[in-house]
Design a protein around this ligand. Structure first.
Ligand SMILES: C[S@@+](CC[C@H](N)C(=O)[O-])C[C@H]1O[C@@H](n2cnc3c(N)ncnc32)[C@H](O)[C@@H]1O
Length: 251
């Protein structure tokens, strides 16, 4: 795995934080790629996660600890599945906002969930969130990996949450022990573009394993969250370590 900052953009990661500090692919290219795959994203996601993504999202919602009537922000919301689960949890007297950089993802989310009154979607950049500390929790699912600066992403999420609220991150990871992780990554590297090509999106689905290359392991990601000012940081490995669920509290 690359050491802090070798492959990432901008400042190097701290010595405690292993792996790259951000996604080296420029933001406009990331947004254009997700815009292209928006129409097939949900079907491909179900195929590639063998339908387990629903279970992971439910775990992320539970980790927010938001109560009925509460407010939550879902960053890099994609087609809106996690935001919709959060909206179900807070109920009609709550408020959930989903934001994403790719306008077609936001359009798809709005179309699918237009009847849920407590749920709205906006185009916004995770690294420049247009909110004050107005939410009880903020989430990011399979989105952090795409940001140019992971720590800055956590700082932004934390900034939108009231004191004592949770920031929750669901993200791909590499199974352990390391040889199993390498085998998994090699398989994923072959399988993702093939799955993408079934939907005419081979190139976009090459990006997926690329974005996992050098991404911090769960311990390093927890260190990044602490560097961003979060406290009581903890994580769970899901799916034999192929996914990690982190949370940290805003002091
Ligand atoms: C793999 S999808 C995950 C979508 C959704 N959260 C889910 O769990 O299915 C990653 C999403 O991150 C969004 N994204 C990438 N960079 C972003 C940024 N800087 N700000 C906001 N969203 C971003 C993409 O447009 C895409 O919709």
């Amino acid at each position: 795995m690359a050491r802090g900052g070798e492959k990432g953009q901008g400042r190097p990661a701290s010595p405690e934080v292993q792996g790259r500090s951000g996604n080296p692919v420029p933001e406009p290219a990331v947004a254009a790629m997700f815009d292209r795959i928006a129409p097939v994203y949900d079907r491909l996601n179900t195929l590639m996660t063998l339908g387990l993504d629903g279970r992971w999202r439910r775990a992320a919602v539970a980790a927010t600890a938001v109560a009925p009537g509460g407010a939550a922000l879902d960053v890099a919301c994609g087609t809106g599945k996690l935001a919709a689960s959060l909206a179900e949890r807070v109920g009609p007297f709550g408020r959930v906002v989903g934001v994403d950089l790719a306008p077609r993802m936001v359009a798809a989310a709005r179309r699918t969930y237009r009847d849920i009154v407590q749920l709205e979607f906006q185009v916004a950049n995770a690294l420049d969130l247009p909110f004050a500390a107005e939410f009880d929790a903020a989430t990011i699912a399979f989105g952090l990996r795409n940001l140019a600066d992971y720590e800055a992403g956590f700082r932004q999420l934390a900034r939108t949450v009231r004191p004592r609220g949770w920031v929750v991150c669901l993200e791909l990871s590499l199974p352990r022990p390391r040889p199993l992780g390498r085998l998994y990554h090699a398989t994923f590297r072959r399988f993702a573009p093939v799955a993408g090509s079934l939907f005419g999106q081979r190139d976009a689905y090459q990006y997926l394993p690329d974005s996992l290359e050098g991404f911090p392991d769960p311990e390093a990601l927890a260190a990044t969250m602490r560097q961003a000012g979060l406290v009581e940081v903890s994580f769970r490995r899901l799916a034999l370590g192929a996914v990690a669920l982190h949370r940290g509290r805003v002091p």
